[in-house]
Design a protein around this ligand. Structure first.
Ligand SMILES: [Zn+2]
Length: 266
């Protein structure tokens, strides 16, 4: 029972991976994040660190394989802050496509892209459609931050979002030494949208209401690079928030293992 000992593919030999394909019922998680600014208080790897942790803990609980994470994502609209590294959407799509198809070739016929960054969403929606049409393989694209959530404390401002209280909470729990609590600022958007306005990528719920999608750079919205006030975050809330997401992912993985989500190739 290899998956009781380890779930990280890069820590296995090839015969162990062969065994793991059977034990995991062909399920392998491919975590994808981003390396981009998250305000003056959070490290640039926030999305990838959080996503990998959620995937790893869920893989252990559900007994499925997880691949090494893809650190970089599509962060073009964050490029007005240093530390952001962006990958062209076409390159990202082809890179993740190669990873997924390598898994499929060896018998992981239920790959999951665990996506921890809003700027990647549209890209992987198209990718899973491409793979379905070309390879007759159905890949799940799981939007990590939409897996499940918890109500925010009532005092959290409505513009809370990217780098705000939730991400700060998760990072205070996972790597407190990398959170600069002396740099917490209340970062309020400087742009008011009309009722028609909506922004892509949307850094907070405030910007995803109207039907007209308007592209903006992060620096045009907030000078500090985050939305919200990180002082409303806490390690305790971070622990709970991660647990809720991990449990939701475990539930999904277990349903997949039981064959409750239909797969053409399953
Ligand atoms: Zn983030």
């Amino acid at each position: 029972m290899i998956l009781q000992k380890k779930v990280q593919m890069e820590r296995m030999t090839w015969p162990e991976v062969k065994e793991a394909i059977r034990e995991s019922a062909g399920i392998a998680i491919v975590p994808v994040g981003a390396v981009e600014e998250h305000g003056p208080h959070l490290p640039t790897g926030t999305d990838s660190i959080e996503t990998y942790e959620i995937g790893l803990q869920a893989a252990k609980k559900a007994g499925v394989v997880i691949t090494p994470p893809v650190w970089f994502g599509n962060s073009r609209s964050f490029m007005d802050f240093p530390g952001t590294i962006t990958v062209n959407p076409d390159s990202l799509k082809m890179y993740v496509r190669d990873i997924v198809l390598s898994l499929v070739q060896h018998g992981f016929n239920r790959p999951i892209i665990l996506d921890g960054h809003g700027g990647n969403y549209g890209i992987f929606d198209i990718l899973v459609e491409d793979i379905m049409l070309e390879q007759q393989v159905k890949v799940l694209h799981v939007r990590c931050w939409e897996l499940a959530t918890m109500p925010k404390p009532g005092s959290v401002p409505p513009y809370d979002g990217h780098g705000g209280s939730s991400e700060t909470s998760a990072m205070l729990y996972l790597c407190p030494d990398d959170v600069d609590v002396d740099k917490f600022t209340d970062s309020k958007p400087e742009i008011e949208l009309t009722k028609y306005g909506s922004v892509f990528p949307s850094p907070s719920g405030l910007y995803s209401k109207g039907p007209a999608v308007y592209p903006l750079m992060m620096g045009e919205m907030v000078k500090d690079g985050h939305h919200g006030d990180p002082k409303f975050g806490s390690a305790e809330r971070g622990k709970d928030l991660l647990e809720v997401k991990i449990n939701a992912l475990v539930e999904l993985l277990e349903a997949l293992k039981r064959g409750e989500v239909k797969f053409l190739n399953g």
